[in-house]
Design a protein around this ligand. Structure first.
Ligand SMILES: NC(=O)CCC(=O)C(=O)O
Length: 261
């Protein structure tokens, strides 16, 4: 199976969901012109990192964003990895990745497991406690949020159970662009998996963001990479390549887990 991928590398208006819904709709509609199978949005794309105003602007149980994404998925007939949204629940606000299939059905919610202290997440958000697995077209995938990619053991937990495509949604600042690129490429090579990383462009009051969304194959080849401006990055992935690479170098069979304590 092949998937055409479209990464929505959008700028995000700080603390202004209305503007962001409008911009996302326009970009999703533009992406639809090339009939992609899977479309991905960046982290916290409705609010940006306006964490001090989350009481006001976070989405109650992600309901408004879910309804927006379901409508878009049905209208444009593609699966959406809906980036993440600040979701206000009875247990606090979570940074939640949403996955909707092309029929407009909700497939998955994943709460960011590792909160990023350098951007104050721990003061305003609750950490998740569930896995990132989901399936689209019967293909096992896993979704992660930004800082999560610094924890190879967390990604491995998913690929060692069969995940073939790793989706990463991010707001990754420019000063650490080299880390973003190296970490994504490393996660692809060591897990012999496709990695699709979608970052935002633009800036907020505290950070300038790197862009450079990337699509990387299971051999570590960069199939497509964006620049630092708003754009739709496209690429095609061939899922059987994951099995081919895993057969050629059987990393998963060669693990000596009894020594990894
Ligand atoms: N939004 C984030 O989690 C940013 C993570 C980051 O910048 C890093 O260096 O890690």
């Amino acid at each position: 199976m092949n998937w055409k991928i479209a990464c929505i590398q959008m700028d995000i208006s700080f603390g202004n969901p209305e503007v962001n819904y409008k911009n996302a709709k326009a970009m999703l509609s533009r992406a639809a012109e090339d009939s992609p199978d899977v479309v991905i949005l960046p982290e916290l794309w409705t609010t940006g990192y306006d964490l001090t105003r989350l009481d006001e602007i976070a989405d109650e149980n992600a309901q408004e964003t879910l309804s927006f994404l379901k409508k878009c998925a049905k209208q444009f007939k593609f699966h959406i990895i809906g980036g993440s949204v600040a979701s206000k629940t009875d247990e606090g606000v979570f940074n939640t990745l949403l996955v909707i299939d092309k029929n407009g059905e909700e497939i998955k919610q994943y709460d960011k497991l590792h909160l990023f202290k350098l951007m104050d997440e721990h003061h305003f958000l609750q950490p998740g406690n569930k896995d990132g697995f989901f399936s689209l077209d019967d293909q096992l995938c896993a979704g992660f949020i930004c800082y999560d990619i610094r924890f190879p053991e967390w990604i491995r937990t998913h690929t060692s159970k069969g995940a073939k495509v790793i989706f990463v949604t991010a707001e990754w600042p420019k000063p650490r662009l080299a880390h973003w690129r190296s970490l994504l490429i490393s996660r692809a090579i060591e897990n012999q998996a496709y990695v699709v990383g979608v970052n935002r462009s633009g800036s907020d009051p505290k950070n300038e963001f790197a862009g450079h969304s990337m699509i990387i194959d299971p051999w570590g080849e960069v199939l497509a990479e964006a620049g630092d401006q708003e754009q739709i990055l496209q690429g095609e992935i061939e899922l059987k390549k994951v099995d081919e690479v895993r057969k050629l170098i059987p990393v998963f069979q060669d693990r000596r887990t009894e020594f990894y304590k």
